[in-house]
Design a protein around this ligand. Structure first.
Ligand SMILES: Nc1nc2c(ncn2[C@@H]2O[C@H](COP(=O)(O)OP(=O)(O)OP(=O)(O)O)[C@@H](O)[C@H]2O)c(=O)[nH]1
Length: 323
């Protein structure tokens, strides 16, 4: 069932580090061939570092430091190239500027890009005519502004989309997609740190159909919203609540053993039963809990908690069982 998709940051980093390595390799070889050792060493070091970053991101999915290092590499290589070869290398400034905005937060990129532009202008000033210098400045500032606007919008929209894609629209709990991602993260962590337990709590509303049928779907929806508020108010900040299905919710409790999860489950049962709004509609929940075993899949872990929850239903509802 579950496999983790690559994040947009990973795609950007893989593309830019891959493109840097591939684009600079022929130049590095050419400079070695023509015995231009300064530039050859610079290009080869840049190719090597870009390849190391590409491999790191591909294997770990970690992008924070890789992005910062690649952005710095682009700017430093552009400046050193201008210092070594002068105005004939001016075109490298543009991809370096653009890449920076997609690798680090656009506001920090704007500061770094402005520094690059200032240093480049100082280096190139003696070589360029006034008109050429003006052309260089205007075109690179336009490149910076387009890159800033595009990268800033892209990040903003990505955040909004991520929220929409991961949140249940009615209750504000995480949705099933978010739950699957979280489960994969928690399971990967648990397999590396087997001394730290993690538990799942599945809660299913009892006889919810009757509430809908008796009081209408509006009340049913309000009950679901109040239920999530009640759960969220009781769990720790490291625990997360997800809507698993129509009236079924899952709490992933990190750093929580089965006995602790059982206590939490009892408290949730009690909190729902005693919530003033939910009490009006006689709302109760049946709960199943299960602690993660490193040998099992997410499907099996969920299955054990689900079976425990069904045992709670069979024994009269408004209760908690462990799987
Ligand atoms: N108002 C509302 N109802 C929903 C929503 N999603 C699912 N439901 C209802 O939840 C009810 C679930 O009914 P059942 O699966 O029979 O479960 P139940 O009535 O809770 O019975 P038990 O689980 O056996 O205690 C159905 O009537 C669904 O229409 C929702 O988003 N809003």
């Amino acid at each position: 069932m579950l496999s983790k998709p690559r994040q947009i940051d990973e795609y950007i980093l893989l593309t830019l580090s891959g493109a840097t390595a591939v684009a600079l390799t022929p130049f590095a070889i050419y400079r070695i061939w023509t015995h231009e050792w300064n530039v050859a060493i610079l290009d080869s070091a840049a190719v090597l570092l870009a390849a190391v970053l590409w491999t790191h991101v591909w294997r770990t999915g970690q992008t924070l430091w890789a992005g910062r290092i690649l952005a710095s590499l682009c700017l430093i290589v552009a400046i050193i190239t201008l210092l070594l070869r002068g105005a004939e290398q001016i075109l490298w400034v543009y991809p370096a500027l653009t890449a920076t905005f997609f690798l680090i937060p656009p506001r920090i990129a704007a500061v770094m890009a402005t520094i690059l532009l200032a240093v480049a202008t100082i280096i190139l000033w003696p070589e360029l005519t006034q008109v050429k210098a003006a052309e260089f400045l205007v075109s690179s500032i336009a490149t910076m502004m387009f890159s800033f606007a595009f990268a800033d919008r892209m990040r903003d929209q990505h955040k909004r989309l991520e929220l929409l894609a991961n949140q249940d629209a009615l209750t504000g709990a995480g949705n099933r997609h978010a739950m699957e991602k979280k489960l994969l993260d928690v399971m990967a962590f648990q397999r590396r740190n087997q001394d730290t337990p993690a538990s799942l709590i599945i809660l299913d509303l009892d006889r919810f159909k009757t509430i809908n049928d008796t009081h209408g779907h509006g009340v049913g929806d309000a009950v679901l919203i109040e239920l999530v508020k009640t759960i969220s108010g009781r769990i720790r900040s490291t625990d997360t609540v997800f809507r698993f299905g129509g009236e079924e919710f899952v709490v992933i409790a990190e750093n929580t053993s089965l006995p602790d999860a059982s206590v939490l489950a009892e408290e949730l049962c009690c909190a729902v039963r005693n919530n003033p709004y939910l009490r009006e509609y006689h709302v109760t929940v049946s709960i199943g809990t299960a602690q993660f075993k490193p040998s099992e899949s997410a499907f099996e872990w969920l299955g054990r908690a689900d079976k425990a929850m069904y045992r709670a239903k069979e024994s009269g509802r408004d209760g908690c069982f462990t799987g």
